[in-house]
Design a protein around this ligand. Structure first.
Ligand SMILES: [Fe+2]
Ligand SMILES: [Fe+2]
Length: 132
């Protein structure tokens, strides 16, 4: 596969936000396993292939990115521990959605811009191939 690295990551962002929207609007839990799988794969790929090379430019912002991933993982863990789909589950899912929205905004408006400055076309293509 080919294409643009940032478009690919943004497409994954949109897919997760859409699954969240359906889950919270319709108060259904059936898409949760897919949300979880997509989020884990996406965050692990960013941490493994994208974030490390950006730390030289703005370490604090990138560390903040890792922290937001860690918070998302803790919330996913909390959601997994609840076997019941109740108001508390929905409330936690809403908080997870908010954290993810905030994080996506930060990536798309700032972190990806850093990447565009630091990475050349070959670097971007290599990362894209690694994550696909
Ligand atoms: Fe991320
Ligand atoms: Fe992302």
């Amino acid at each position: 596969m080919s294409g643009n690295l940032y478009d690919y990551l943004k497409k994954e962002h949109m897919e997760v936000l859409e699954l969240f929207r359906i889950t919270l609007d319709q108060k259904i839990q059936s898409y949760y396993p897919e949300i979880k799988e997509k989020l884990y794969k996406h965050m692990d790929n960013e941490e493994k292939y994208l974030y490390p090379s950006l730390e030289v430019f703005d370490k604090i912002t990138i560390l903040e990115g890792y922290e937001e991933h860690a918070i998302a993982k803790r919330l996913i863990n909390d959601l997994d521990l609840r076997d019941q789909y109740d108001e508390k589950w929905v409330a936690k899912a809403k908080v997870l959605n908010e954290i993810i929205k905030h994080h996506i905004k930060e990536e798309e408006t700032y972190i990806f811009k850093i990447a565009e400055k630091i990475l050349n076309k070959d670097d971007e293509l290599k990362i894209l191939n690694q994550i696909q």
